[in-house]
Design a protein around this ligand. Structure first.
Ligand code: THU
Length: 159
């Protein structure tokens, strides 16, 4: 029997069209791309998230001369959030980037490893996470449930 998994997201052309709290979060993320450490890829990624306790936390990619040691913005954010406010969960995460060598006008999309980390966060707290994906300019995607980005994700049977 054939099965189908559908994926729905919201498309916006302007930051002004987002609801106020989403627009604020995305602006925070866009303002922070300079905090990334990306001397190898020249691709600065920045994430800002609203937690369930009302706090906002940030993450940027931090690279290493030994490339696999590098960490993405999304996972650096999730690690910060869990370290600082382990009782709170991420409600919404805005992700953006500044590419030093080309335009930054297409929405970014989290890598596979970050999708897996986001799924773990959702499982841990039993809550869905909203994502706002964008570049410095151009279209913005809003995804109501990040699980949609990793269909049939691996999860431990112990959870
Ligand atoms: N990167 C992120 O920080 N998040 C993503 O979703 C995709 C990729 C980083 C990893 C590396 O430092 C640089 O972007 C280029 O791949």
């Amino acid at each position: 029997m054939q099965q189908q998994i559908q994926f729905t997201y919201h498309l916006f052309h302007n930051i002004q069209d987002l609801k106020e709290s989403d627009a604020f979060l995305l602006k925070c993320a866009r303002d922070n791309t300079h905090l990334a450490y990306a001397p190898y890829s020249q691709f600065r990624v920045s994430a800002a998230a609203l937690l369930s306790n009302g706090k906002i936390v940030f993450g940027t990619n931090q690279e290493n001369a030994s490339y696999p040691v590098s960490i993405c913005a999304e996972r650096s954010l999730l690690a910060s959030a869990a370290a600082l406010f382990p009782e709170a969960h991420v409600q919404t995460m805005a992700i953006t980037y500044h590419a030093m060598q080309h335009n930054s006008n297409k929405p970014i999309s989290p890598c596979g490893m970050c999708r897996q980390a986001i799924i773990e966060h959702q499982k841990r707290y039993g809550q869905t996470m909203r994502l706002i994906l964008s570049g410095e300019t151009g279209d913005i995607y809003v995804i109501d449930d990040a699980t949609a980005l990793l269909p049939l994700a691996f999860t431990s049977t112990k959870m």
